[in-house]
Design a protein around this ligand. Structure first.
Ligand code: ZN
Length: 130
């Protein structure tokens, strides 16, 4: 009868498991540090004129009024319109924008919030139409 190979873990197996674990932690930590280093700024425009710049890595809430409409916004993480008295509510339904290049548009108030800076994800679309 042929002898079966020994299947219980050895010391060398434990060393390999620990090494792979440390490597995974290092990769995750490196990825997180890379994202945190590049803060995204929300630039707010009303009627095409820049009216505010807000860093999105510290929590804050602001209110913007233009063309008779008021947008209540929340920053960190990213930016979103919490409430608005505009008739379409498209700005509220946009939700949270977090990456550079994304934007929130409120047509009735003519307010645009554009995210600038930060790392752009590799799967991000070049443009969204429609
Ligand atoms: Zn709106």
């Amino acid at each position: 009868m042929e002898k079966l190979p020994r299947l219980s873990p050895t010391v060398l197996d434990s060393v390999v498991v620990i090494f792979v674990g440390l490597l995974a932690c290092g990769i995750l930590y490196g990825a997180r540090a890379g994202v945190a280093a590049e803060a995204v700024t929300a630039v707010v425009y009303a009627d095409g004129v820049e009216i505010d710049r807000v860093r999105t890595d510290t929590p804050s809430e602001r209110t913007y009024t233009a063309n008779g409409y008021t947008l209540h916004m929340e920053f960190c993480p990213g930016a979103r319109v919490v409430s608005s008295d505009c008739p379409t509510q498209d700005c509220v339904h946009t939700g949270v924008v977090t990456y550079g290049g994304q934007s929130i548009v409120c047509l009735p108030a003519r307010i645009v919030v554009r995210m600038e800076g930060g790392a752009v994800p590799s799967d991000a679309p070049d443009a969204v139409l429609g």
